[in-house]
Design a protein around this ligand. Structure first.
Ligand code: TXA
Ligand code: MG
Length: 328
């Protein structure tokens, strides 16, 4: 392991804080997490308090490797083994029946637990040294933009977090895929860093209830309609409405986020181009939203990328980042 002395020291400090039941922010390859020992109820409650997160929304438990993950699930189906072998460390959270060592607070009283081995050297060093499950949601106030740099954590949570491990900008930039393996059939609860196609290539067809079936039981609160949202009024629109939106944006001194980059529109509005590569787009999305929010425009208008499987996770987040422009 190539760790600097400074890194080793801050990891030591983070482990000490976690053991004492305190909260620590740390980088993962997806977004920054706000972590606590998943075996200490008081510590986990502090995470909910700092985020202002509803107690009904369960946290993901992070562990160092597959062996540790198995310790905190009471069953370990063949699909879990295959997916863990293939995608861990990585942006996939697997929901399985929960071991009693994980406190009920961490899983919002559910009998299941979401487990993930993050693919980030600092996170892995922390989890190995701590040698226990770290319950961690994204390190942002509830419903706001997930942080992809240590600075974003500081801006959003600041004083409330004693220690923020700085691992630079997150490589994936969107949260992990959440897959429920606790039921009859594998079920996608949240699209994310690992695509549905990648999962299906390993274990065959999986189910997905599109756009958080509002009437059904709330399986995964990441499916709620407004989440990942800037403070600025934000609207999304499909590509074919570009001209109309630009005409309005112009008269409102607004910021428009277009994607993927194509012809340059003639407009006075501040236009920011996003990448036409879904991975690159994902990596930059939250940082861009944070930046636009701080610029303080009247509104942010976001053009949706094409409705294609490779854009699934990005479109999912954009659906929740703002309202439909046509229904404004
Ligand atoms: O990439 C990520 O997943 C990041 C990093 C820090 O690992 N974490 C993250 O956590 O996005 P959070 O709390 O913002 O989102 C966790 C999602 C929520 O939608 C939650 O409802 C779902 O995972 N989840 C967690 N445990 C679950 C469970 N037992 N059953 C169903 N859904 C669960
Ligand atoms: Mg979150």
């Amino acid at each position: 392991m190539s760790q600097t002395d400074a890194e080793a020291r801050s990891i030591g400090e983070a482990v000490e804080l976690l053991r004492r039941g305190e909260v620590v922010a740390f980088p993962t390859e997806t977004v920054y997490g706000l972590g606590a020992d998943a075996r200490q109820a008081r510590a986990v409650r502090e995470v909910f308090a700092i985020k202002g997160r509803p107690a009904t929304n369960p946290l993901i438990c992070h562990v160092a490797d597959m062996e540790s993950a198995r310790r905190y699930a009471t069953s370990w189906p063949e699909e879990a083994r295959r997916l863990a072998m293939r995608f861990w460390p990585g942006a996939l959270t697997i929901v399985l029946p929960k071991h009693p060592a994980i406190v009920a607070e961490a899983t919002a009283g559910l009998e299941t637990v979401g487990l993930r081995v993050p693919d980030h050297p600092l996170a892995l060093a922390l989890l190995r040294a701590f040698d226990g499950p770290v319950a961690a949601p994204s390190a942002n106030p509830s419903n706001r933009i997930s942080p992809t740099t240590a600075e974003h954590v500081r801006q959003q949570l600041g004083e409330r977090v004693k220690l923020i491990l700085d691992g630079g900008a997150c490589r994936v930039g969107l949260e992990s895929t959440v897959l429920d393996l606790s039921g009859e059939r594998p079920r996608l609860l949240r699209p994310g860093g690992i695509s549905r196609e990648q999962i299906e290539a390993e274990i065959g067809p999986i189910e997905w209830s599109v756009k958080g079936d509002a009437d059904g039981p709330q399986r995964s609160p990441g499916q709620m309609p407004v989440h990942y949202a800037p403070l600025t009024p934000t609207y999304r629109f499909e590509h074919d409405l570009r001209e109309q939106v630009l005409a309005q944006a112009q008269s409102h001194d607004a910021v428009v986020l277009l994607s993927p980059a194509e012809e340059t529109p003639g407009t006075e509005a501040a236009v920011h181009w996003m990448s036409d590569d879904p991975g690159r787009y994902a990596q930059q999305l939250y940082a861009m939203l944070m930046k636009l929010d701080r610029l303080g425009p009247h509104a942010i208008y976001i053009e949706m990328p094409p409705d294609q499987p490779r854009w699934l996770a990005v479109r999912d987040r954009l659906m929740r980042a703002g309202r439909d422009w046509q229904r404004r």
